[in-house]
Write a protein that binds this ligand. Structure first.
Ligand code: AMP
Length: 287
């Protein structure tokens, strides 16, 4: 496994790979099974796998957790070595955004609701760094987690709009045995908050059960999630949403027939903000 910190070194490795296919997994490090599941999928579908480890300052708001975001490069590298990764790119801020850097990549519509409404500069930071990473690594396929549902929609939109020549592959959310979605930020949870954090998935499952029973009224689904969350004193709701999975528009009435559903939520456990979602198909129960 080659570990490099400069763009020139990535390009040299890519030249040596010739026409072999490359799967790419962009991450912010502090890797867990969710990241490794993306790596395994990339391994299965490509000749080589590249992983980036970069805590991108541009996607953090001024009051967010950039300075205390967890990092452990040595542990990350040993996990990736065991997965047969060919290339790790772990650049510095100066390598990604040298003095004089002036460009931003901005996706408009689908960045506006949900996370974008709460974190106004977040997706601009994401699309800027992902576009740069795609240009540096030049993968055939890039792998993203359903855990960050809106991010997958935004990155797909960018890839489509900018005619990027790669496939975006979205992989299911990896969960702890008790249902908590794996996240580097789970490390922030106290011993008391950790079991309470299962409330996110429990809320989603409650609304999912209604959906499976035929409920298509967005307000009813959101109420169901909110009721479960409100019963957990350690949780503070940031938003709950029942939206069209493609446009991310909130349903104010009933879902469009056949549209499926993205149920998503953001919840503070103390200072730690957690997100989760479930993507539902609009199939009859007997299929
Ligand atoms: P991050 O390091 O948090 O930026 O995440 C890097 C990639 O891993 C993103 O595409 C995430 O959506 C994905 N990811 C993070 N957590 C999970 C999870 N629990 N299951 C699946 N993918 C995940």
């Amino acid at each position: 496994m080659k570990v490099v910190t400069t763009i020139d070194e990535v390009r040299a490795v890519r030249r040596r790979q010739g026409t072999a296919t490359l799967g790419f997994v962009p991450t912010m490090g502090y890797l867990h099974e969710g990241h490794l599941d993306l790596v395994r999928r990339a391994r299965a579908e490509n000749d080589y796998v590249a992983v980036s480890i970069y805590v991108n300052p541009k996607q953090f708001g001024p009051t967010e957790d950039l300075s205390r975001y967890p990092r452990d490069l040595e542990r990350d590298l040993s996990l990736l070595r065991a997965e047969g990764v060919a290339l790790v790119f772990a650049p510095s801020d100066a390598e990604m955004y040298p003095p004089g850097y002036q460009t931003r990549v901005l996706v408009t519509g689908v960045t506006q609701p949900l996370e974008g409404a709460k974190r106004p500069t977040h997706f601009e930071g994401v699309t800027t760094v992902v576009a740069k990473l795609f240009n540096i690594v030049r993968p055939n396929r890039a792998y993203f987690g359903q855990k960050d549902a809106q991010q997958t929609v935004v990155v797909r939109q960018m890839a489509r709009d900018l005619n990027l020549d790669l496939d975006i592959v979205v992989c299911p959310t990896t969960r702890e045995p008790d249902g908590l979605a794996m996240s580097s930020r789970n490390k922030y949870l106290t011993a008391e908050q950790r079991p309470a954090a299962t409330v996110l998935y429990r809320a989603l499952r409650a609304a999912e059960a209604l959906w499976r029973g035929g409920t298509r009224d967005g307000a009813v689904l959101r109420d169901a999630m909110r009721r479960v969350l409100d019963a957990e004193p350690l949780a503070r709701v940031d938003y709950v949403s029942a939206a069209d999975p493609l446009t991310l528009e909130e349903w104010e009435g009933d879902a469009r027939a056949g549209a499926g559903a993205l149920l998503s939520l953001a919840v503070f456990m103390g200072p730690t903000r957690l997100i989760d979602n479930v993507l539902l198909n609009d199939r009859p129960a007997d299929e």
